[in-house]
Design a protein around this ligand. Structure first.
Ligand code: ZN
Length: 114
């Protein structure tokens, strides 16, 4: 058994945190990132746990939901950052594009004061 697994097994007192049952010799154990790496979980002991293979499958299914949510919020965040770059006028509930937002400092720097 790899060192890492043996250490995790000891830390978990031989139990699966997902179902709460003790591991048996015949169980297939898998390493799991408690916070999935796809949403920022680190590859370190405090973010690792050993799970039964079937428990891992269950958790992965839930993780995927979280990952999808996160991706969605990231996408919406990017989208709103994009829209903020432009000026819009709402006319009859329809957004009308006016142009790039020009920061005040850009304007004053470009002006001649003679
Ligand atoms: Zn389990």
């Amino acid at each position: 058994m790899p060192n890492r697994k043996a250490r995790l097994l000891k830390l978990q007192l031989g139990k699966c945190p997902w179902c709460g049952l003790s591991f048996h010799n015949w169980d297939v154990l898998e390493e799991d990132h408690i916070t999935p790496r796809a949403i920022g979980g680190k590859d370190e002991y405090k973010n690792l746990q050993l799970l039964h293979r079937h428990c891992h499958d269950e958790k992965t299914a839930l993780d995927l939901i979280e990952i999808r949510k996160k991706d969605r919020s990231k996408f919406l965040e990017k989208l709103s950052q994009f829209w903020e770059k432009f000026d819009w006028n709402w006319i009859n509930d329809i957004p009308n594009f006016i142009g790039h937002t020009v920061r005040k400092s850009d304007v004053t720097n470009g002006q001649h004061t003679e």
